[in-house]
Structures are given as C-alpha cells and as structure tokens.
Design a protein around this ligand. Structure first.
Ligand code: 3PY
Length: 250
C-alpha cells in the first residue's frame, strides 16, 4: 500500500536561523507521527543547514527546483548532482509558481525529471489547471496533457521513483482549496492515466499528493479520499505545529 507523504514547500521563506529551528521542531515532532513520511523542502541555500538539523530524524530533505543541465556556464543554477551532494532525496519540479512566474514548460519539467532520476533524486512532478481552464471544463484535458508531456519517456522502472502532485493553480497561495471531491476526481484521473501508460500494479504504487492551501483544518477530509496519498504543503509548512497537525490528520 502507498504510504502517505506530507511534504513541506517552504518556498522563498525563512532565514538560516528560522530554517534550522523549523527543521528541528519538525524532527522532534516526527516521533508523534505514525505511518506517514515527512519531507521538508527549504530554500536551496539552506539545504545543508536544514540537512544537519534533521540528522538522525526520519524527516527527509528535498529541494524546490533544479537545473535541467549537468554543469557548466549556467550562472545561478543548481544541478541535480549538487542537490544530492548536500543530502536532498527529493526535488519539486514544475510547481505552478515555476511555470507561471518563470515560464517553465512541460518540456523543461520533463528534462529536469530525467536529470533528477539520473542523479538518484525522487522528483515530485506538479500538474494543475488554471481557474479559467477549470471554468471552461478543461481540467481533465489540461492534466492529461501536462502528465503526458512532463513525464514523456519515463520508463516503468523510473515512474516508481516519482511522486505526482496535483496543485490546482487557483488554490495556490490563495487560501482557496479544492473540495475533497474535486481533488479526488483529478487524482483518480491521474491514476487512470498511470494505469493506461504502465500497469494497474504500478499505478497503484505511485503516490499522488494534493497541494493548494492544505492546512490542519481541511487535511483530514482531503487525506481520507482513496487517491489522495499526501499533501504538498505551502504556508502551513512554515509552522511545525501546523505541518505536523496535517500529518496527524491522516
Ligand atoms: C501551496 O499550498 O500554496 C503550495 O504551493 C504548495 O506547494
């Protein structure tokens, strides 16, 4: 069975001291959380410090983005190998903020996904529709096209290392949250797409996270849905109590 994954996306928040304190608080509280994997994704510059703060705890470390290139003249970029070198096990790819604010395309996400896998990182590949796409009844179509293009040429073996996050863009940082039924509908579609492309057994093993204003107050009903295998948490991941509260809601 799929083990629930609660992943914190700290975005461009915290400073060194608050990042370390938050990581320590999550690590300490992790002992009270059963049957749930915990992951924190701090800003890249604090990965090493947060990794040290998490040492000996079951909380995993992840990055929020990476370069699609291996190395070379790419000023300001960070490679998959570099992320692994400082202890990251996961990397979030194609978050809607990367797609909308930095022009990342499905092709970019796909290239990054292949590079992350080659470096031994587990990619968390994000998909999600805009408000106007939902209102136009195009959610399923958009998700299918992002799924196909962002995960092009991913083999059966590779897909088992990938986590997919459904993040409706209209629910990111807006306080609006998809209803459990809306989330489940898209997650069930993603499971179907995985079954069609791979096998039912493989599809059943892939974790599908919901992201978009998940908090302790709405986590239980979202996580109760059969195809919602965890959460990619934004704002609520910045308080250990809230983040752990979401994990305990499972
Ligand atoms: C949010 O909940 O705002 C997120 O973007 C999670 O990644």
């Amino acid at each position: 069975m799929r083990k629930t994954l609660i992943a914190g996306n700290w975005k461009m928040n915290t400073d060194r001291a608050t990042a370390v304190a938050l990581a320590k608080a999550v690590a300490e509280g992790a002992a009270e959380v059963e049957g749930v994997d915990l992951l924190v994704c701090p800003p890249a510059i604090y990965l090493s410090a947060v990794g040290e703060a998490l040492a000996g705890s079951p909380v995993a470390l992840g990055a929020q983005n990476m370069s699609p290139e291996d190395n070379g003249a790419f000023t300001g970029e960070t490679s998959a190998t570099m992320l692994g070198d400082v202890g990251a096990e996961y990397v979030i790819l194609g978050h809607s903020e990367r797609r909308t604010l930095f022009g990342e395309t499905d092709l970019d996400v796909c290239k990054k996904t292949h590079k992350a896998l080659a470096a031994g990182l587990a990619p968390i590949v994000c998909v999600g529709e805009l408000l106007e796409e939902r209102e136009a009844g195009k959610t399923a179509e958009v998700i299918k096209s992002q799924f196909e293009a962002s995960l092009a040429d991913i083999s059966e073996t590779q897909i088992t290392s990938i986590v997919i996050a459904y993040e409706p863009v209209w629910a990111i940082g807006t306080g609006k949250v998809a209803s459990p039924e809306q989330a489940e509908e898209v997650h069930a579609d993603l499971r179907r797409l995985l079954t069609e492309r791979y096998t039912a057994e493989i599809a059943e093993s892939i974790r599908l996270l919901y992201g978009g204003s998940m908090k302790p107050g709405n986590a239980a009903e979202l996580l109760a849905k059969p195809n919602v295998d965890g959460g990619l948490i934004g704002g609520a991941a910045l308080k250990a109590e809230d983040f752990l509260g979401i994990a305990k809601a499972k």
